[in-house]
Design a binder for this molecule. Structure first.
Ligand SMILES: NC(=O)c1ccc[n+]([C@@H]2O[C@H](COP(=O)([O-])OP(=O)(O)OC[C@H]3O[C@@H](n4cnc5c(N)ncnc54)[C@H](OP(=O)(O)O)[C@@H]3O)[C@@H](O)[C@H]2O)c1
Length: 322
């Protein structure tokens, strides 16, 4: 393909999306990122290869407009909690239909999609995982007639501005004594955002990846408890984990889902009932343990992650530069 290559990055203002936007722009793509709140994502504009536009992409007319002139689309739009009943279906399934239509009408032939590890329309343990699975199936069947589709199914993703390590670190810093942890034995295989981004960027022009669905994991399997203990250790916090059994874990989910911010919901609880780990031996390189170790060496053990985010906005993985 010659000349300017344009790519539409849906969800490009989110945690994974921002990293992906810079990686694509660095490889010469002209990246368009629509956002409902572009004023909150102005850091994307420092790269001349990124165009940040206002737009609600669930509006079919707006989505069609955004698709015109693009060679490929990457979809990262997804939610972890429903604000309104039906949101999972709205964003993970209905939106996919709108997207496939928009691609068909504007002649787009390549679509990459970020789903989630454990996504399965029939057997997913939560509404999140079933809706993610249904959206993926739609793309790989109905969408497949016109589009070359590739899906990525990451386990939990870590990195600068993640919603996982940062969220726990932000909560744990307010604790002294015992922290009651739901689902402490659930297993996860965290993957570094830079590794995921590289897989996605490399797949765009790789015909081998057409029609494939890739589980994406990091090198280590942790229980949720082990991950929190790693954070506590790294930050040298005066906190110990109080592991909750099934009944109390459910009770915590019921209480927290009724509070603003929905830190933990019954649907999250159900997602954690099945181990979120890759079946085969293949995995990405970057280790969460080494990543946290690197950060603590960089900032001193007593600094918190939110300070890290505020005070050192250009930092990624230690040693990495965008
Ligand atoms: N992070 C993880 O650990 C993880 C693990 C497995 C799978 N995933 C999947 O990876 C994808 C990206 O995750 P993330 O953590 O980067 O998510 P995130 O930080 O919450 O970002 C979500 C993005 O979706 C966009 N979006 C949502 N509704 C929109 C709308 N109506 N119009 C325009 N944009 C809309 C948001 O844009 P604006 O708010 O700017 O409009 C935001 O950029 C999701 O599909 C998620 O399910 C993530």
């Amino acid at each position: 393909m010659s000349g300017q290559r344009n790519i539409l990055l849906l969800g490009g203002s989110g945690f994974i999306g921002k990293q992906l936007a810079f990686a694509l722009a660095n490889r010469g793509w002209q990246v368009t990122v629509p956002s409902r709140r572009p004023h909150r994502n102005r850091e994307l504009l420092v790269h001349p290869g990124i165009r940040l536009l206002e737009g609600n992409i669930t509006d079919p007319a707006r989505l069609r407009e955004l698709c015109v002139g693009q060679q490929a689309v990457i979809n990262l739009v997804g939610i972890l909690h429903e604000r309104r009943k039906g949101d999972f279906r709205r964003y993970h399934v209905e939106f996919i239909k709108t997207l496939v239509d928009a691609c068909g009408e504007t002649g787009i032939r390549r679509l990459l999609h970020v789903s989630a590890l454990g996504a399965d329309q029939a057997t997913g343990s939560s509404l999140y995982l079933r809706s993610k699975g249904e959206g993926e199936n739609l793309l790989h069947t109905f969408g497949q007639r016109e589009l070359r589709v590739t899906s990525f199914q990451p386990s939990v993703v870590f990195g600068k501005e993640d919603n996982f390590i940062n969220q726990f670190a932000g909560i744990l810093r307010w604790y002294a004594g015992y922290f009651p942890l739901a689902c402490p034995t659930s297993k996860l295989q965290p993957v570094y955002v830079g590794d995921l981004v590289e897989l996605i960027v490399n797949a765009i022009d790789d015909p081998e990846s057409y029609s494939k669905r890739y589980p994406v994991c990091g090198p280590e399997v942790f229980t949720l408890r082990q991950i929190l203990e790693l954070i506590i250790d790294t930050l040298q916090l005066p906190v110990r984990i109080l592991p909750l059994g099934k009944g109390l874990s459910r009770l915590q989910a019921v209480i927290l889902q009724s509070l603003p911010g929905k830190l933990f919901t019954m649907d999250n609880y159900r997602s954690l009932q099945v181990d979120n780990v890759c079946a085969d031996g293949e995995h990405c390189e970057t280790s969460l343990r080494q990543y946290l170790h690197g950060l603590s060496a960089m900032f001193g053990n007593k600094r918190y992650y939110d300070q890290f985010r505020k005070n050192y906005p250009s930092a990624g993985k230690p040693g990495d530069h965008r």
